[in-house]
Write a protein that binds this ligand. Structure first.
Ligand SMILES: Cc1cc2nc3c(=O)[nH]c(=O)nc-3n(C[C@H](O)[C@H](O)[C@H](O)COP(=O)(O)OP(=O)(O)OC[C@H]3O[C@@H](n4cnc5c(N)ncnc54)[C@H](O)[C@@H]3O)c2cc1C
Length: 473
């Protein structure tokens, strides 16, 4: 993890506060503790107390803020909607939290260039709906898309269910305009879909977790909107059959838009919340051991045939039940079941450690079976589900945090899951990033040379270490 620079101040002076009041008049500045506490937490359930919260409306304010912060050694923590799962927006060492939510204008949508220019605070789902009206498509679809922003998505390189066919946020960032510590403005990339002049600084910003610069404008790639989509949900009597069915889909030459799976405990939990179409029993040992949910998209005329091909590919794994949906109205109830997995997990216990490891796609069976065995060894519920199509498995370790023994076993589970993931050639995080929560484990995956190189790059962008200290590598 990056070290805290010794030159950073440990609190704001009256002169600092006067500067901030001048730059952010009225509601642009908050120092009320109750309000600031909200800006000190994110969905990782970690929290820290900011010294002040500011809400820039213009790039000029951002430039002036970062010029001042570097000169004074004040930590700066960029923040959007705070849905991050790794504590990326949490002020680990105090400082000024910079909410980017008032910079939320869609500046341009161009159906000739197939790109859009946006400010970072635009909510992802609102942007998708806007471009959709122009028959354009912005594919990255984190499950949080209705509550997270494009700036946050770029800073975390958010992924989603459609990644199996369309890739992740990184694949849609053509350009980044950012303000660096010291107040310099950098323009990386542009509106072209190809660009190999110089190092790819735009992509370096993607996934940088607010540690290199604060984005003020993003140029995003768009695609033509597919005409329609269709969904298949199939339940299986064993995890192996489900995963073999998934392999058969790819072998048949089908590239699904999304390919999600739920393990037996996830299926059981969902059955506790809603009537489910798959055979289940109340103790979690029902006939259904895994469910696959697949989406395909394309031209309306081809979708029915594509559905039949998916059904044919799954037939060899003898699904216990198979449901099909053509078009949003029929598909939605099937996807609703997949979305219920997050609340369903809490039917097994009051607390969870939510990991989002990824393994090479060919190792998913070993990984999921191994994670389940780790849970059985420790006597802890381990629920696996997620993005089967790209090997990104959500591993939820469910326990009771009030019980010291369970806390210790949950931590042992998490570390065993990490060790197995790395032994399979995987990565500790496929989409949520390392932030605070996984920072201590980064050396398990990255070597000294690689971390030193990353620290060197950080030093070039942020020589005083003011930007989002305590995050990263
Ligand atoms: C219910 C739920 C479902 C989720 N599903 C997914 C999922 O499917 N896939 C996935 O990848 N993630 C998922 N997440 C995690 C989270 O939504 C993503 O990480 C998202 O990209 C964070 O966006 P945000 O706007 O909330 O940013 P925040 O959480 O506020 O910030 C995230 C990071 O971005 C930095 N940042 C914010 N704005 C800027 C800026 N303008 N310039 C530079 N850095 C900036 C912050 O410093 C921080 O490090 C989920 C979270 C929840 C709560």
């Amino acid at each position: 993890m990056t070290q805290l620079a010794t030159s950073l101040v440990s609190g704001l002076t009256p002169a600092h506060l006067r500067f901030l009041e001048g730059l952010f008049p009225g509601e642009g500045l908050t120092v009320a503790p109750a309000e600031m506490a909200v800006y000190g937490a994110d969905s990782s359930r970690r929290a820290g107390m900011p010294w002040a919260v500011v809400r820039p409306r213009t790039e000029e304010q951002m430039v002036e803020l970062l010029r001042w912060a570097q000169a004074e050694g004040v930590p700066i923590v960029p923040r959007a909607r705070g849905t991050g799962m790794s504590g990326g927006a949490v002020p680990a060492f105090g400082g000024v939290v910079v909410s980017c939510l008032l910079m939320d204008t869609v500046l341009d949508v161009d159906s000739e260039d197939f790109c859009a220019e946006v400010e970072p605070g635009v909510v992802t789902a609102q942007f998708q709906a806007l471009v959709q009206k122009r028959k354009l498509f912005y594919p990255p679809d984190p499950a949080s898309l209705k509550i997270s922003t494009l700036g946050g998505n770029v800073a975390t390189c958010a992924g989603g269910m459609r990644a199996v066919k369309y890739g992740v946020t990184r694949d849609y960032v053509l350009g980044v305009r950012a303000v660096l510590p010291g107040g310099k403005i950098v323009n990386a990339g542009g509106r072209t879909h190809k660009n190999v002049v110089g190092l790819d600084l735009a992509r370096l910003f993607v996934g940088s977790c607010g540690t290199l610069g604060i984005f003020t404008k993003l140029t995003l790639k768009l695609l033509p909107l597919p005409e329609g989509s269709a969904t298949v949900l199939a339940a299986f009597g064993s995890l192996g059959e489900a995963l073999e069915g998934a392999r058969e889909v790819f072998r048949a030459g089908i590239l699904p838009t999304a390919m999600e799976f739920l393990d037996a405990k996830a299926c059981w939990g969902i059955g506790q919340i809603k009537d489910v179409p798959w055979p289940a029993s109340p103790d979690g040992e029902g006939a259904t051991k895994a469910v696959l949910v697949l989406k395909v998209d394309g031209s309306r005329s081809a979708l029915a045939a594509e559905l039949s091909r998916v059904e044919g590919a799954l037939a060899g794994s003898t699904p216990l039940c198979l449901l099909k949906g053509l078009g949003p109205a029929e598909e939605e109830p099937l996807w609703e079941l997949r979305r219920l997995v997050s609340p369903a997990v809490f039917r097994l216990g009051p607390d969870k450690l939510g990991e989002d490891v990824a393994v090479p796609r060919g190792r998913t069976v070993e990984a999921v079976e191994g994670f389940q065995a780790i849970g059985a060894e420790q006597g802890i519920h381990v629920v696996c589900y997620g993005h089967l199509g790209d090997g990104n498995i959500h591993v939820n370790i469910v326990y009771d945090a009030a019980d010291a023994d369970q806390r210790a076993r949950a931590k042992a589970c998490k570390e065993a899951v990490f060790r197995l993931t790395l032994s399979l050639g995987g990565t500790l995080s496929g989409e949520h990033g390392t932030g605070i929560t996984k920072g201590p484990y980064v050396p398990w995956q990255l070597g000294e040379e690689e971390r030193a190189l990353m620290a060197g790059i950080k030093g070039v962008f942020d020589p005083s270490g003011i930007l989002n200290p305590g995050k990263g590598w």
